[in-house]
Ligand binder design. Structure first.
Ligand SMILES: [Zn+2]
Length: 551
Protein backbone atom coordinates (compact mmCIF):
# COMPACT_ATOMS: atom_id res chain seq x y z
CA UNK A 1 0.00 0.00 0.00
CA UNK A 2 1.28 3.43 -0.95
CA UNK A 3 1.43 5.90 1.88
CA UNK A 4 1.63 9.65 1.67
CA UNK A 5 5.28 10.16 2.50
CA UNK A 6 5.13 13.58 4.22
CA UNK A 7 2.35 12.54 6.62
CA UNK A 8 4.27 9.39 7.46
CA UNK A 9 7.39 11.42 8.19
CA UNK A 10 5.50 13.92 10.35
CA UNK A 11 3.84 11.09 12.23
CA UNK A 12 7.17 9.43 12.82
CA UNK A 13 8.72 12.70 14.03
CA UNK A 14 5.79 13.34 16.38
CA UNK A 15 6.14 9.87 17.80
CA UNK A 16 9.87 10.35 18.38
CA UNK A 17 9.20 13.71 20.07
CA UNK A 18 6.45 12.22 22.25
CA UNK A 19 8.63 9.29 23.21
CA UNK A 20 11.58 11.49 24.12
CA UNK A 21 9.42 13.63 26.43
CA UNK A 22 7.86 10.76 28.36
CA UNK A 23 9.97 10.26 31.49
CA UNK A 24 11.33 6.75 31.79
CA UNK A 25 10.32 4.69 34.84
CA UNK A 26 13.69 5.59 36.37
CA UNK A 27 15.96 8.54 35.68
CA UNK A 28 19.14 7.70 33.76
CA UNK A 29 21.19 10.07 35.84
CA UNK A 30 20.64 11.50 39.32
CA UNK A 31 22.60 14.65 40.10
CA UNK A 32 22.94 15.86 43.68
CA UNK A 33 24.05 19.48 43.87
CA UNK A 34 25.14 20.77 47.28
CA UNK A 35 25.95 24.47 47.58
CA UNK A 36 28.23 24.84 50.59
CA UNK A 37 26.80 27.35 53.14
CA UNK A 38 23.80 28.32 50.97
CA UNK A 39 21.10 29.73 53.25
CA UNK A 40 17.48 29.26 52.21
CA UNK A 41 16.99 32.99 51.74
CA UNK A 42 19.68 33.28 49.06
CA UNK A 43 17.11 31.87 46.61
CA UNK A 44 15.20 35.13 47.09
CA UNK A 45 17.75 37.60 48.48
CA UNK A 46 19.52 37.81 45.10
CA UNK A 47 16.49 36.89 42.98
CA UNK A 48 16.32 40.20 41.09
CA UNK A 49 19.85 39.67 39.83
CA UNK A 50 19.47 36.03 38.81
CA UNK A 51 18.95 35.20 35.14
CA UNK A 52 16.07 33.01 33.94
CA UNK A 53 18.11 29.83 33.36
CA UNK A 54 19.59 29.01 36.79
CA UNK A 55 17.96 29.22 40.24
CA UNK A 56 14.82 30.81 38.75
CA UNK A 57 14.43 27.93 36.30
CA UNK A 58 14.79 25.39 39.11
CA UNK A 59 12.13 27.25 41.15
CA UNK A 60 9.73 27.75 38.22
CA UNK A 61 10.00 24.29 36.67
CA UNK A 62 10.98 22.26 39.71
CA UNK A 63 9.47 21.49 43.12
CA UNK A 64 10.75 23.50 46.05
CA UNK A 65 10.56 22.21 49.64
CA UNK A 66 10.64 25.71 51.13
CA UNK A 67 10.71 24.61 54.76
CA UNK A 68 13.69 22.24 54.85
CA UNK A 69 15.89 22.22 57.95
CA UNK A 70 18.84 20.42 59.48
CA UNK A 71 17.54 18.39 62.40
CA UNK A 72 20.76 18.05 64.42
CA UNK A 73 23.87 20.00 65.45
CA UNK A 74 26.65 20.73 64.69
CA UNK A 75 25.77 22.19 61.28
CA UNK A 76 29.09 21.78 59.50
CA UNK A 77 30.23 20.56 56.09
CA UNK A 78 31.07 16.91 56.82
CA UNK A 79 27.95 16.11 58.91
CA UNK A 80 25.82 18.03 56.39
CA UNK A 81 26.97 16.06 53.36
CA UNK A 82 26.73 12.83 55.37
CA UNK A 83 23.14 13.56 56.47
CA UNK A 84 21.98 14.36 52.94
CA UNK A 85 23.33 11.10 51.54
CA UNK A 86 22.82 8.72 54.51
CA UNK A 87 19.33 9.92 55.47
CA UNK A 88 20.36 10.00 59.11
CA UNK A 89 22.19 12.13 61.66
CA UNK A 90 25.58 12.01 63.42
CA UNK A 91 24.05 9.81 66.15
CA UNK A 92 23.86 7.01 63.59
CA UNK A 93 26.25 7.83 60.72
CA UNK A 94 29.04 8.87 63.13
CA UNK A 95 30.02 12.06 61.29
CA UNK A 96 29.89 14.32 64.35
CA UNK A 97 31.95 17.23 62.94
CA UNK A 98 34.68 18.16 60.45
CA UNK A 99 37.28 17.37 63.10
CA UNK A 100 37.22 16.22 66.68
CA UNK A 101 39.08 14.43 69.46
CA UNK A 102 38.99 10.78 68.49
CA UNK A 103 38.83 8.57 71.61
CA UNK A 104 39.91 5.57 69.52
CA UNK A 105 42.97 7.30 68.04
CA UNK A 106 43.58 9.19 71.31
CA UNK A 107 44.34 12.13 69.04
CA UNK A 108 42.72 14.96 67.13
CA UNK A 109 41.31 13.71 63.84
CA UNK A 110 40.18 15.23 60.58
CA UNK A 111 36.99 13.49 59.49
CA UNK A 112 38.12 11.49 56.44
CA UNK A 113 41.83 11.12 57.24
CA UNK A 114 42.98 7.54 56.64
CA UNK A 115 46.73 7.00 56.59
CA UNK A 116 46.42 3.58 54.98
CA UNK A 117 45.95 5.39 51.66
CA UNK A 118 47.83 8.00 49.68
CA UNK A 119 47.43 10.46 46.82
CA UNK A 120 46.79 9.49 43.22
CA UNK A 121 47.53 12.27 40.73
CA UNK A 122 48.82 15.05 42.98
CA UNK A 123 51.06 15.92 45.91
CA UNK A 124 52.10 12.71 47.65
CA UNK A 125 50.90 12.20 51.22
CA UNK A 126 48.36 14.09 53.28
CA UNK A 127 46.16 15.52 50.52
CA UNK A 128 45.25 12.02 49.36
CA UNK A 129 45.25 10.26 52.76
CA UNK A 130 41.49 9.89 52.85
CA UNK A 131 38.74 7.29 52.75
CA UNK A 132 35.07 7.07 53.77
CA UNK A 133 35.90 4.49 56.49
CA UNK A 134 34.75 6.89 59.25
CA UNK A 135 31.20 6.86 57.81
CA UNK A 136 29.27 4.18 59.73
CA UNK A 137 26.15 3.82 57.59
CA UNK A 138 25.49 3.42 53.89
CA UNK A 139 24.68 6.25 51.48
CA UNK A 140 21.95 6.44 48.85
CA UNK A 141 24.81 6.16 46.35
CA UNK A 142 25.99 2.90 47.97
CA UNK A 143 22.44 1.55 47.86
CA UNK A 144 22.11 2.41 44.17
CA UNK A 145 25.30 0.45 43.41
CA UNK A 146 24.08 -2.52 45.47
CA UNK A 147 20.55 -2.41 44.01
CA UNK A 148 21.77 -2.61 40.41
CA UNK A 149 24.49 -5.16 41.09
CA UNK A 150 27.23 -2.55 40.54
CA UNK A 151 25.98 -1.61 37.07
CA UNK A 152 25.11 1.94 38.29
CA UNK A 153 28.01 4.35 38.19
CA UNK A 154 28.60 6.68 41.14
CA UNK A 155 31.00 9.63 41.06
CA UNK A 156 31.80 12.30 43.67
CA UNK A 157 33.27 15.70 42.71
CA UNK A 158 34.13 18.62 44.98
CA UNK A 159 37.08 20.93 45.71
CA UNK A 160 36.84 19.81 49.37
CA UNK A 161 37.87 16.20 50.00
CA UNK A 162 35.21 15.53 52.66
CA UNK A 163 32.37 16.89 50.49
CA UNK A 164 33.36 14.59 47.64
CA UNK A 165 34.13 11.49 49.73
CA UNK A 166 31.09 11.32 52.04
CA UNK A 167 28.37 11.75 49.34
CA UNK A 168 30.01 9.20 47.01
CA UNK A 169 29.86 6.61 49.80
CA UNK A 170 31.92 3.48 50.35
CA UNK A 171 31.86 1.86 46.92
CA UNK A 172 31.83 4.56 44.20
CA UNK A 173 33.40 4.23 40.77
CA UNK A 174 35.40 7.42 41.32
CA UNK A 175 35.81 10.28 43.73
CA UNK A 176 37.83 13.44 43.04
CA UNK A 177 38.88 16.56 44.93
CA UNK A 178 41.30 19.44 44.45
CA UNK A 179 45.01 19.58 45.30
CA UNK A 180 46.09 23.16 46.16
CA UNK A 181 49.75 22.43 45.45
CA UNK A 182 49.43 21.07 41.92
CA UNK A 183 46.05 22.51 40.90
CA UNK A 184 45.06 18.96 39.92
CA UNK A 185 41.90 16.96 40.51
CA UNK A 186 43.11 13.98 42.52
CA UNK A 187 41.88 10.88 44.32
CA UNK A 188 43.23 8.42 46.89
CA UNK A 189 44.44 4.85 46.60
CA UNK A 190 41.23 3.81 48.43
CA UNK A 191 39.30 4.23 45.18
CA UNK A 192 39.31 2.09 42.00
CA UNK A 193 41.74 4.47 40.22
CA UNK A 194 44.42 3.47 42.76
CA UNK A 195 47.18 2.92 40.22
CA UNK A 196 46.77 6.22 38.39
CA UNK A 197 44.25 8.78 37.24
CA UNK A 198 42.20 7.77 34.20
CA UNK A 199 43.28 9.38 30.94
CA UNK A 200 40.36 11.83 30.84
CA UNK A 201 41.27 13.22 34.29
CA UNK A 202 44.93 13.49 33.26
CA UNK A 203 43.85 15.33 30.12
CA UNK A 204 41.63 17.66 32.13
CA UNK A 205 44.45 18.43 34.57
CA UNK A 206 46.84 19.03 31.66
CA UNK A 207 44.59 21.87 30.47
CA UNK A 208 45.70 23.83 33.57
CA UNK A 209 42.36 25.63 33.91
CA UNK A 210 43.19 26.91 37.44
CA UNK A 211 46.12 28.85 35.93
CA UNK A 212 43.81 30.41 33.37
CA UNK A 213 41.21 31.36 36.02
CA UNK A 214 43.90 32.86 38.25
CA UNK A 215 45.54 34.87 35.45
CA UNK A 216 42.77 37.51 35.60
CA UNK A 217 41.20 39.86 38.13
CA UNK A 218 38.10 39.07 40.14
CA UNK A 219 36.10 42.24 39.56
CA UNK A 220 32.46 43.20 40.07
CA UNK A 221 30.25 42.68 37.03
CA UNK A 222 29.61 46.10 35.46
CA UNK A 223 26.07 45.09 34.46
CA UNK A 224 25.08 44.34 38.07
CA UNK A 225 24.07 46.74 40.84
CA UNK A 226 24.84 44.63 43.95
CA UNK A 227 21.93 46.22 45.79
CA UNK A 228 21.92 43.47 48.43
CA UNK A 229 25.46 44.27 49.61
CA UNK A 230 27.18 47.13 51.41
CA UNK A 231 29.55 49.41 49.53
CA UNK A 232 31.75 49.97 52.57
CA UNK A 233 31.92 46.35 53.81
CA UNK A 234 35.68 46.23 53.05
CA UNK A 235 36.21 48.01 56.37
CA UNK A 236 35.39 44.68 58.07
CA UNK A 237 37.93 42.75 55.98
CA UNK A 238 40.65 43.64 58.44
CA UNK A 239 43.09 40.82 58.01
CA UNK A 240 42.36 38.66 61.04
CA UNK A 241 41.70 35.71 58.76
CA UNK A 242 44.47 33.52 57.41
CA UNK A 243 43.45 33.84 53.76
CA UNK A 244 45.40 35.68 51.06
CA UNK A 245 42.40 38.03 50.68
CA UNK A 246 43.16 39.71 54.01
CA UNK A 247 42.91 43.46 53.99
CA UNK A 248 42.26 43.57 50.24
CA UNK A 249 39.22 44.81 48.30
CA UNK A 250 37.54 44.21 44.96
CA UNK A 251 38.80 44.06 42.21
CA UNK A 252 41.20 41.34 43.34
CA UNK A 253 44.45 40.91 41.46
CA UNK A 254 44.39 37.10 41.36
CA UNK A 255 47.89 36.64 39.88
CA UNK A 256 49.25 38.63 42.86
CA UNK A 257 47.16 36.67 45.38
CA UNK A 258 48.25 33.39 43.78
CA UNK A 259 51.89 34.24 44.55
CA UNK A 260 50.95 34.19 48.24
CA UNK A 261 48.18 31.61 48.39
CA UNK A 262 48.90 29.33 45.44
CA UNK A 263 46.01 27.48 43.86
CA UNK A 264 44.03 27.71 47.13
CA UNK A 265 43.04 31.22 46.00
CA UNK A 266 40.58 29.76 43.49
CA UNK A 267 38.55 28.27 46.35
CA UNK A 268 37.43 31.75 47.47
CA UNK A 269 36.34 32.91 44.00
CA UNK A 270 33.34 32.12 41.77
CA UNK A 271 35.82 30.43 39.42
CA UNK A 272 36.08 27.57 41.92
CA UNK A 273 32.47 26.74 40.98
CA UNK A 274 33.17 27.08 37.27
CA UNK A 275 36.17 24.76 37.57
CA UNK A 276 34.09 22.21 39.51
CA UNK A 277 31.35 22.32 36.91
CA UNK A 278 33.75 22.06 33.96
CA UNK A 279 35.17 18.93 35.56
CA UNK A 280 31.68 17.50 36.27
CA UNK A 281 30.63 18.04 32.65
CA UNK A 282 33.76 16.24 31.52
CA UNK A 283 32.95 13.37 33.92
CA UNK A 284 29.45 13.02 32.40
CA UNK A 285 30.90 12.98 28.89
CA UNK A 286 33.93 10.77 29.46
CA UNK A 287 32.45 8.33 31.99
CA UNK A 288 29.25 8.15 29.94
CA UNK A 289 27.06 8.89 32.93
CA UNK A 290 23.36 8.51 32.09
CA UNK A 291 24.16 6.79 28.80
CA UNK A 292 22.15 3.62 29.47
CA UNK A 293 18.93 2.76 31.32
CA UNK A 294 20.62 1.79 34.61
CA UNK A 295 20.56 4.95 36.79
CA UNK A 296 23.90 6.60 37.54
CA UNK A 297 24.56 9.13 40.31
CA UNK A 298 26.79 12.20 40.19
CA UNK A 299 27.43 14.04 43.46
CA UNK A 300 28.61 17.62 42.95
CA UNK A 301 29.35 20.01 45.78
CA UNK A 302 30.26 23.67 45.25
CA UNK A 303 32.65 24.72 48.03
CA UNK A 304 33.49 28.27 46.93
CA UNK A 305 30.35 29.94 48.38
CA UNK A 306 31.46 28.65 51.80
CA UNK A 307 35.07 29.90 51.61
CA UNK A 308 33.77 33.23 50.31
CA UNK A 309 31.18 33.76 53.07
CA UNK A 310 33.64 32.75 55.80
CA UNK A 311 35.86 35.54 54.50
CA UNK A 312 33.37 38.22 53.41
CA UNK A 313 30.09 37.48 55.23
CA UNK A 314 26.55 37.92 54.00
CA UNK A 315 26.79 41.65 53.25
CA UNK A 316 30.04 41.54 51.28
CA UNK A 317 29.73 42.27 47.56
CA UNK A 318 31.88 39.19 46.99
CA UNK A 319 29.17 36.86 48.31
CA UNK A 320 26.53 38.45 46.09
CA UNK A 321 28.90 38.16 43.13
CA UNK A 322 29.53 34.51 44.03
CA UNK A 323 25.81 33.69 43.74
CA UNK A 324 25.25 35.75 40.57
CA UNK A 325 27.98 33.80 38.84
CA UNK A 326 26.96 30.46 40.32
CA UNK A 327 23.50 31.16 38.88
CA UNK A 328 25.04 31.51 35.42
CA UNK A 329 27.07 28.32 35.89
CA UNK A 330 23.89 26.47 36.89
CA UNK A 331 22.11 27.78 33.77
CA UNK A 332 24.98 26.53 31.62
CA UNK A 333 24.83 23.13 33.34
CA UNK A 334 21.06 22.72 32.96
CA UNK A 335 21.33 23.61 29.26
CA UNK A 336 24.09 21.05 28.87
CA UNK A 337 21.97 18.34 30.54
CA UNK A 338 18.96 19.19 28.35
CA UNK A 339 21.03 18.80 25.24
CA UNK A 340 23.10 15.82 26.30
CA UNK A 341 20.53 13.63 28.08
CA UNK A 342 17.14 15.35 27.94
CA UNK A 343 15.49 16.85 31.00
CA UNK A 344 13.11 13.88 31.40
CA UNK A 345 16.06 11.52 31.88
CA UNK A 346 17.83 13.50 34.59
CA UNK A 347 16.73 13.92 38.21
CA UNK A 348 18.41 16.90 39.91
CA UNK A 349 18.18 17.99 43.52
CA UNK A 350 19.84 21.09 44.93
CA UNK A 351 20.39 21.72 48.62
CA UNK A 352 23.06 22.92 51.08
CA UNK A 353 25.15 21.37 53.83
CA UNK A 354 24.27 24.15 56.35
CA UNK A 355 23.44 27.85 56.36
CA UNK A 356 25.42 30.74 57.82
CA UNK A 357 25.05 33.43 60.48
CA UNK A 358 24.95 37.20 60.23
CA UNK A 359 28.38 38.61 61.01
CA UNK A 360 28.32 39.22 64.80
CA UNK A 361 30.51 42.34 64.82
CA UNK A 362 28.23 43.97 62.27
CA UNK A 363 25.08 42.99 64.18
CA UNK A 364 26.53 44.60 67.30
CA UNK A 365 27.44 47.73 65.33
CA UNK A 366 23.81 48.16 64.29
CA UNK A 367 22.54 47.58 67.84
CA UNK A 368 21.55 43.92 67.80
CA UNK A 369 22.64 41.29 70.33
CA UNK A 370 25.42 39.05 69.00
CA UNK A 371 28.90 37.88 69.91
CA UNK A 372 31.90 35.66 69.41
CA UNK A 373 32.66 33.01 72.03
CA UNK A 374 36.40 32.39 72.69
CA UNK A 375 36.29 28.63 72.09
CA UNK A 376 39.86 28.46 70.78
CA UNK A 377 41.26 29.57 74.17
CA UNK A 378 38.65 27.76 76.29
CA UNK A 379 40.78 24.67 76.98
CA UNK A 380 43.46 26.82 78.61
CA UNK A 381 40.90 28.89 80.57
CA UNK A 382 39.18 25.76 81.86
CA UNK A 383 42.46 24.07 82.87
CA UNK A 384 43.26 27.16 84.97
CA UNK A 385 39.79 27.23 86.54
CA UNK A 386 40.03 23.49 87.34
CA UNK A 387 43.48 23.82 88.90
CA UNK A 388 42.26 26.66 91.15
CA UNK A 389 39.05 24.85 92.15
CA UNK A 390 40.49 21.35 92.69
CA UNK A 391 43.93 22.25 94.02
CA UNK A 392 45.81 20.08 91.51
CA UNK A 393 47.27 20.95 88.15
CA UNK A 394 46.85 18.55 85.28
CA UNK A 395 45.83 17.93 81.72
CA UNK A 396 42.11 17.54 82.43
CA UNK A 397 40.91 18.24 78.91
CA UNK A 398 41.82 16.69 75.55
CA UNK A 399 40.00 19.16 73.36
CA UNK A 400 37.33 21.86 73.21
CA UNK A 401 35.74 21.93 69.77
CA UNK A 402 32.29 22.12 68.14
CA UNK A 403 30.81 23.27 71.50
CA UNK A 404 31.88 19.99 73.06
CA UNK A 405 34.55 19.10 75.60
CA UNK A 406 36.45 15.82 75.55
CA UNK A 407 37.75 15.03 79.05
CA UNK A 408 41.06 13.26 79.65
CA UNK A 409 39.77 10.37 81.76
CA UNK A 410 43.24 8.84 82.29
CA UNK A 411 44.64 12.09 83.69
CA UNK A 412 41.57 12.58 85.89
CA UNK A 413 42.05 9.05 87.29
CA UNK A 414 45.80 9.60 87.82
CA UNK A 415 45.15 12.87 89.67
CA UNK A 416 42.62 11.07 91.88
CA UNK A 417 40.00 13.79 91.44
CA UNK A 418 36.32 13.05 91.10
CA UNK A 419 35.01 13.17 87.51
CA UNK A 420 31.79 14.69 88.88
CA UNK A 421 33.77 17.53 90.46
CA UNK A 422 35.62 18.16 87.18
CA UNK A 423 32.34 18.27 85.28
CA UNK A 424 30.59 20.54 87.76
CA UNK A 425 33.50 23.03 87.84
CA UNK A 426 33.55 23.19 84.02
CA UNK A 427 29.78 23.51 83.71
CA UNK A 428 29.59 26.12 86.49
CA UNK A 429 32.24 28.24 84.77
CA UNK A 430 30.72 27.91 81.28
CA UNK A 431 27.25 28.90 82.48
CA UNK A 432 28.62 32.23 83.71
CA UNK A 433 30.26 33.17 80.43
CA UNK A 434 28.68 35.76 78.11
CA UNK A 435 26.92 34.12 75.17
CA UNK A 436 26.54 30.70 76.83
CA UNK A 437 22.90 29.60 76.84
CA UNK A 438 23.47 26.41 78.81
CA UNK A 439 26.07 23.73 79.57
CA UNK A 440 25.57 20.10 80.60
CA UNK A 441 27.05 16.62 80.52
CA UNK A 442 26.16 14.25 77.74
CA UNK A 443 24.19 12.12 80.23
CA UNK A 444 22.17 15.16 81.35
CA UNK A 445 21.37 16.02 77.73
CA UNK A 446 19.96 12.54 77.17
CA UNK A 447 17.57 13.05 80.13
CA UNK A 448 16.27 16.49 79.07
CA UNK A 449 12.55 16.53 78.26
CA UNK A 450 11.62 16.97 74.61
CA UNK A 451 10.35 20.51 75.41
CA UNK A 452 13.85 21.66 76.38
CA UNK A 453 14.81 23.94 73.47
CA UNK A 454 16.89 22.15 70.87
CA UNK A 455 17.23 18.99 73.00
CA UNK A 456 16.38 16.72 70.08
CA UNK A 457 18.71 18.56 67.67
CA UNK A 458 21.59 18.17 70.12
CA UNK A 459 20.81 14.52 70.89
CA UNK A 460 20.75 13.62 67.19
CA UNK A 461 24.24 15.14 66.92
CA UNK A 462 25.71 12.89 69.62
CA UNK A 463 27.45 9.68 68.71
CA UNK A 464 27.84 7.43 71.71
CA UNK A 465 31.49 6.47 71.02
CA UNK A 466 32.75 9.70 69.45
CA UNK A 467 31.17 12.78 71.00
CA UNK A 468 32.47 14.94 73.85
CA UNK A 469 31.63 14.47 77.54
CA UNK A 470 30.38 18.00 78.21
CA UNK A 471 28.43 20.15 75.79
CA UNK A 472 27.34 23.76 75.67
CA UNK A 473 24.90 25.76 73.62
CA UNK A 474 25.40 29.43 72.73
CA UNK A 475 22.80 32.19 72.55
CA UNK A 476 21.31 33.15 69.15
CA UNK A 477 23.72 35.15 66.95
CA UNK A 478 26.72 33.98 68.98
CA UNK A 479 29.26 31.71 67.45
CA UNK A 480 32.58 30.21 68.38
CA UNK A 481 35.78 31.90 67.24
CA UNK A 482 38.22 29.95 65.13
CA UNK A 483 40.83 30.72 62.54
CA UNK A 484 38.31 30.17 59.79
CA UNK A 485 36.58 33.50 59.74
CA UNK A 486 37.57 37.14 59.93
CA UNK A 487 35.81 40.15 61.42
CA UNK A 488 33.70 40.68 58.31
CA UNK A 489 33.17 37.01 57.65
CA UNK A 490 30.85 34.51 59.19
CA UNK A 491 30.52 30.90 60.22
CA UNK A 492 27.90 28.29 61.10
CA UNK A 493 27.40 25.25 63.32
CA UNK A 494 24.46 26.17 65.59
CA UNK A 495 20.89 24.96 66.14
CA UNK A 496 19.45 28.28 64.99
CA UNK A 497 17.43 28.82 61.79
CA UNK A 498 20.16 30.78 60.02
CA UNK A 499 22.29 27.61 60.18
CA UNK A 500 19.56 24.98 59.73
CA UNK A 501 17.22 26.43 57.06
CA UNK A 502 18.49 25.59 53.59
CA UNK A 503 17.07 25.28 50.04
CA UNK A 504 15.80 21.98 48.67
CA UNK A 505 14.65 21.96 45.04
CA UNK A 506 13.86 18.91 42.89
CA UNK A 507 13.96 19.20 39.10
CA UNK A 508 13.72 17.12 35.92
CA UNK A 509 12.53 13.52 35.31
CA UNK A 510 8.97 13.17 36.72
CA UNK A 511 9.18 16.18 39.02
CA UNK A 512 6.20 18.52 38.62
CA UNK A 513 6.47 22.23 39.24
CA UNK A 514 5.31 23.39 42.65
CA UNK A 515 6.26 24.21 46.20
CA UNK A 516 5.45 23.03 49.69
CA UNK A 517 5.88 24.60 53.10
CA UNK A 518 5.39 21.32 54.94
CA UNK A 519 8.33 20.74 57.31
CA UNK A 520 11.09 18.63 55.75
CA UNK A 521 14.19 17.34 57.53
CA UNK A 522 17.52 17.12 55.73
CA UNK A 523 17.46 13.38 56.45
CA UNK A 524 14.35 13.04 54.24
CA UNK A 525 16.27 13.50 50.99
CA UNK A 526 17.86 10.04 50.88
CA UNK A 527 14.67 8.01 51.59
CA UNK A 528 12.82 10.18 49.05
CA UNK A 529 15.44 9.29 46.44
CA UNK A 530 15.03 5.63 47.43
CA UNK A 531 11.29 5.92 46.80
CA UNK A 532 11.86 7.51 43.38
CA UNK A 533 14.50 4.95 42.41
CA UNK A 534 12.55 2.02 43.94
CA UNK A 535 15.58 0.88 45.91
CA UNK A 536 16.28 0.35 49.62
CA UNK A 537 16.93 3.30 51.89
CA UNK A 538 20.46 3.74 53.23
CA UNK A 539 20.87 1.28 56.12
CA UNK A 540 20.86 3.88 58.91
CA UNK A 541 17.98 5.98 57.57
CA UNK A 542 15.90 7.84 60.16
CA UNK A 543 14.29 10.30 57.69
CA UNK A 544 10.98 9.85 55.89
CA UNK A 545 9.73 10.18 52.31
CA UNK A 546 8.72 13.75 51.35
CA UNK A 547 5.10 13.03 50.44
CA UNK A 548 4.12 16.36 48.81
CA UNK A 549 6.51 15.51 45.98
CA UNK A 550 4.43 12.47 45.04
CA UNK A 551 0.95 14.06 45.16
ZN1 LIG B 1 30.02 23.56 54.52
Amino acid sequence: MKRFPLTGLLLALTQVAALSQTPPSQPKLVIGIVVDQMRYDYLYRYRDSYGEGGFKRLLAQGFSCENTHYNYVPTYTAPGHAAIYTGTTPAVNGIIANEWWDPEWQAHRYVTTDKRYTTVGGTPGRVGQHSPAVLLSSTITDELRLAHNFRSKVVGICLKDRASILPAGHIPNACYWFDDETGNWITSTYYPDSTGLPQWVQDFNARKLPDAFLSKNWAADSTMTYEQSFDNWDAYNDGKYFSPFNGKAMPYNLPELKKKGGYSVIRFTPFGNTLTLDFAVDAINKMQLGADDVPDFLCISFSSPDYCAHQFGIHGKETEDMYLRLDRDLARFLNFLDKKLGRENVLVFLTADHGGAETPVHLRDIGMPAGVFPESSMEKSLENVLAAALGVTGDFIHEVNNQQIWLNWDAIADLEVSPDDVASVIIGYLKQQPGVYDAFTREELMMFPEEYPFASLMRRGIHQKRSGDILYQLDPAWHADDQFFGTGGTTHGSTYAYDTHIPLIWYGWKIRSGESFAPVDITDIAPTLSAMLRIMEPNGTTGKVIEPLFK
